[in-house]
Design a protein around this ligand. Structure first.
Ligand SMILES: Cc1cc2nc3c(=O)[nH]c(=O)nc-3n(C[C@H](O)[C@H](O)[C@H](O)COP(=O)(O)OP(=O)(O)OC[C@H]3O[C@@H](n4cnc5c(N)ncnc54)[C@H](O)[C@@H]3O)c2cc1C
Length: 480
């Protein structure tokens, strides 16, 4: 990047808020995908007008600007694939207001999700979206990805809690969207347009969030089944019995084996699947829910049901699910983590067919995730240095995506498209739908300066696969 441009940016945000040494650039060029690309500059703005000025400069001088929260994304969204400025939003870290009368909060995007949740819970309020990364991801990243988590089955995902936004458009103008009220239908719903736009349509600088009362109590159970079909049937039966659990997590047999090898906590390694179920609400109602879940699952081919009597026992039940991410790396050093979503009644069918796809290609696969909303973290564990295995994994992923769409599902329930799924979106979206999305991008970002090379498989982005076809290269440095 031109030295005079760097000086202009330093003038906007202060020299102390700009990094340019190679060591520093490396720290802001990756996320949780293993993909990497070096930016030209890393900038930490503190004020809306600073972001606005940087974007105006970007349009005048044609350099990319890539917003970054905490870099925990699972689709390469914050990776500066064409270099330019990485705009780190961590200094936008204030909880501006928690309005306990109207049950709303106004926050800046750099606030850590888990910190915010603790803060509102002290006031008896609840902000439900709970990505597993909540202790270290940012609310801005959550809004940009429309993050979800185990509680989505009962409480929905980030978009269900965003009432309004302050956004700096790619051309530098600042817009305010949405309302501070429960209702509001004036004009197009721009808030929904920006939620889940993966940092490609604007930079979020303020968020108005809806809060709800904190449930009084919760109860945690683990039910282990002999067959994955039984677990899937249990999911359908529990929901049709008009109990809406706050969490309904599934681990398939390879996931159980993986967790048991790692933790040695006595899980039966031949079990087909297990469900981790939580119900919440008023104290008096919970025993009734637990009894009903016991009745439903006892009619199926279940190994056992464990009910936590207190928080400590609940933590033990969660241990296997929480250990799964590190445990999976014992299978192989690189994870290709997907987050496909299928209709709930297709979960067992999906797991069986995905296992077959993996088996035919000699790949290690585990499926776990949010069975209550059909969102499975299908992870293929590979040795990335093995070219042949990587190729087989890329083929396997494409087949799994095709299967997902055939079953009426979607390629991503919560991680977004970013770079990793860009080559596949035409499996799910029609050409006309993609063109509408591209038109929206062009209207808001005529010079394509904001987070270019994301969502759409455009020819200017370095190929994500060695042969230029669908697929991706893991751990590749695009620009050095
Ligand atoms: C162990 C682990 C578990 C995870 N579990 C879940 C899960 O359960 N559910 C889930 O949904 N996700 C999960 N994720 C993925 C990730 O944590 C989420 O996508 C999260 O929302 C990303 O937040 P972040 O602050 O790290 O954003 P980043 O990774 O920094 O950025 C993500 C995207 O948001 C954009 N962005 C960031 N800030 C802004 C802003 N202020 N304005 C505009 N665009 C912005 C970036 O450009 C990028 O496209 C997990 C990740 C890990 C590593």
């Amino acid at each position: 990047m031109d030295k005079s441009l760097i000086r202009q940016i330093e003038k906007i945000v202060g020299k102390e808020n700009v990094l340019s040494s190679r060591e520093d650039l490396i720290c802001y060029g990756y996320d949780a995908t293993n993909l990497e690309a070096l930016p030209d500059l890393v900038v930490f703005p503190k004020a809306v007008n600073e972001i606005s000025e940087i974007l105006k400069l970007a349009n005048q001088n044609q350099f990319p600007v890539v917003p970054r929260g905490m870099g925990t994304g699972f689709s390469g969204g914050s990776i500066p694939v064409r270099g330019g400025v990485v705009l780190v939003m961590t200094r936008f870290n204030r909880v501006i207001e928690i309005d306990t009368e109207n049950l709303i909060a106004i926050v800046e995007p750099g606030v850590i999700t888990g910190d915010f949740q603790k803060q509102v819970e002290k006031l008896g309020l609840f902000y439900p979206p709970d990505p597993a990364s909540q202790l270290y991801c940012s609310l801005g990243g959550n809004v940009a990805e429309c993050a979800g988590g185990p509680r989505a089955i009962k409480y929905g995902v980030t978009k269900d809690y965003v009432l309004g936004l302050e956004v700096v458009l790619p051309t530098g103008e600042v817009v305010h969207t949405g309302v501070k009220t429960v209702k509001g239908v004036v004009g197009y719903d721009l808030t929904k347009l920006f939620v889940g736009s993966e940092g490609t349509l604007g930079i979020i600088t303020q968020i108005i969030l809806k809060l709800i009362p904190l449930p009084e109590a919760r109860k945690t159970m683990m039910v282990i089944f002999r067959q994955v079909e039984d677990a899937a049937t249990a999911v359908s039966k529990i929901i049709s019995s008009k109990i809406v659990p706050s969490t309904l997590e599934l681990m398939d047999n390879p996931s159980i084996q993986c967790a048991e090898d790692y933790l040695n906590m006595g899980l039966p390694k031949d079990a087909g699947a297990l469900l981790l179920i939580e119900v919440d609400g008023d104290q008096e109602i919970l025993p009734k829910y637990v009894r009903r879940i016991d009745e439903i699952t006892s009619e199926l081919n279940r190994y056992e049901m464990k009910i936590a009597e207190n928080e400590k026992e609940a933590e033990i039940l969660w241990k296997a699910r929480k250990a799964l991410s590190p445990a999976s790396y014992r299978l192989n050093p690189t994870k290709i983590a997907e987050d496909i979503t299928v209709p709930r009644n297709q979960i067992a069918n999906f797991i069986r067919k995905a296992a077959k796809i993996a088996e035919e290609r000699h790949l290690k696969i585990i499926n776990f995730g949010h069975a209550g909303d059909g969102n499975l973290h299908t992870s293929i564990m590979i040795d990335d240095k093995n070219e042949n295995e990587r190729k087989r994994a890329e083929e396997g992923i494409e087949e799994i995506f095709k299967l997902t769409v055939q079953l009426g599902g979607t390629l991503s329930g919560e991680h977004g498209v970013g770079m990793t799924k860009a080559p596949y979106i035409d499996l799910e979206l029609s050409r006309d739908a993609i063109e509408v999305m591209k038109k929206i991008k062009r209207v808001l970002d005529p010079n394509n300066v904001l987070n270019p090379g994301k969502i759409f498989n455009d020819p200017l982005t370095p190929s994500l696969s060695p042969d230029g076809e669908r697929g991706r290269v893991r751990g590749k440095i695009f620009k050095t």
